[in-house]
Ligand binder design. Structure first.
Ligand SMILES: Cc1ncc(COP(=O)(O)O)c(C=O)c1O
Length: 376
């Protein structure tokens, strides 16, 4: 059997990783500024994380959501504390798409409505409703098409006000990334997020903050939406939550009440996933990684802005996008094959930096030197 060929691949086989370093099968070392697509939060193979998951695996890896699982309770408690939302409720699942699917469904259960507002440039995942709320017709199959999702221009307060004035009573939820990732590191303005909060509250619609990529401390705040200083009704998360162990979740405001059987999953919240997620939160706190993300991210952005031949640098914390002129279209490849630095990309001619939140200043300087050499 062959693999279903959907991923364009680099001809590199990584066999070992530590912190922000990767090694291929020939022993070459790479600097990881991609974090496996914003997934590596506390750094690769953090010894405490490895120990915690290993210890758990030696006890029990999986049973079922039909019995009590104290690790889920511990995780909810610690997540509430670290995210500053102690009165919220946690539902655990396995991925970002699943988190958004559950968030959109829960919103609809809550207010009995069908319409979802999403924004141009949005990416919310590939399951049926999440992909319908994703602004990319190429990945929406005919079976996923729905008239229930309305796309409005990103950061356009007037368009949002008009939509609520026209059909506010039909709107179930508004879903928005605090910083669009796939959409090219576009930051939602503080006043736009505040407007979403005001209008959703006024019309009893649900504000869903998709923090799958921009969450878990990457922006320098726990959820990047926190920069607007308003609470969303539901936060979706995944990626950095398990540092590579598949886990996702939604954090749900107290006024949204559960009933038995309302949501469910087989694997969500299993022992191993909870052990991984607990280790991530503990390390995030102990090593002050949110503060580090802010500090190193600010430094990188400032230095990159000084390169006068790039178009723009955007983002918050360690979620950074660099818009390049067309003649620099090979920069990502050159960084990888000449300098052994992994970076991400978004649209054409854009580099995305999504490293571990423990990235050091030395790592940042190593990248800046390589950038300088390539674009001088
Ligand atoms: C903002 C956002 N939401 C949702 C998803 C989907 O997450 P997953 O690939 O874990 O399903 C992604 C993935 O890149 C994302 O960036």
């Amino acid at each position: 059997m062959n693999l279903f060929d959907v991923y364009p691949l680099f001809p590199i086989e990584i066999v070992k990783a530590l912190g922000s370093a990767l090694w291929d099968k020939d022993g070459n070392e790479y600097l990881d500024l991609y974090g496996g697509h914003a997934v590596i939060s506390i750094g690769h193979t953090h010894p405490r994380y490895v120990q915690r998951v290993t210890d758990q695996l030696n006890k029990i890896g999986f049973y079922s959501n039909s019995i009590e699982n104290p690790l889920q309770v511990q995780l909810a408690s610690l997540l509430g504390k670290v995210s500053g939302k102690e009165d919220y409720q946690l539902f655990l699942c396995n991925s970002g798409a699943e988190a958004n699917e559950n968030a959109l469904k829960l919103a609809s259960f809550y207010n009995g409505r069908k319409k979802v507002i999403a924004f141009t440039g949005a990416f919310h995942g590939r399951t049926s409703l999440a992909v319908a709320a994703t602004h990319n017709p190429k990945i929406v199959a005919p079976v996923n098409e729905t008239e229930n999702v309305i796309f409005l221009p990103f950061n356009d307060e007037e368009a949002l006000e008009k939509a609520f004035a026209d059909y506010g009573e039909e709107i179930s939820s508004v879903i928005i990334e605090g910083i669009q990732g796939v959409g090219g590191i576009q930051v939602a303005s503080i006043s736009f997020l505040q407007k979403i909060r005001t209008l959703t509250k006024q019309y009893n619609a649900v504000y869903i903050a998709d923090a799958v990529q921009c969450g878990y401390g990457r922006s320098g705040r726990f959820y990047s939406h926190d920069y607007a200083d308003v609470n969303a009704d539901i936060y979706s998360m995944a990626k950095g939550m398990g540092n590579g162990f598949p886990i996702g979740g939604i954090s749900i405001a107290p006024h949204i009440k559960p009933w038995a059987g309302m949501l469910g999953t087989t694997f969500g919240g299993n022992y191993l996933a909870c052990a991984a997620a607990l280790a991530v939160l503990e390390i995030l706190e102990e090593e002050k990684l949110m503060e580090n993300a802010k500090q190193i991210g600010d430094y990188l952005k400032l230095e990159i802005a000084g390169f006068n031949n790039i178009n723009e640098v955007r983002g918050r914390g360690l979620m950074i996008g660099i818009d390049l002129p067309e003649e620099m279209k090979d920069l990502r490849k050159n960084l990888l094959f000449k300098h052994r630095i992994f970076t991400g990309e978004a649209k054409p001619y854009m580099i995305r930096l999504l490293p571990a939140l423990s990235l050091s200043k030395e790592h940042a300087d190593h990248f800046l030197e390589a950038m300088y050499e390539e674009i001088k």
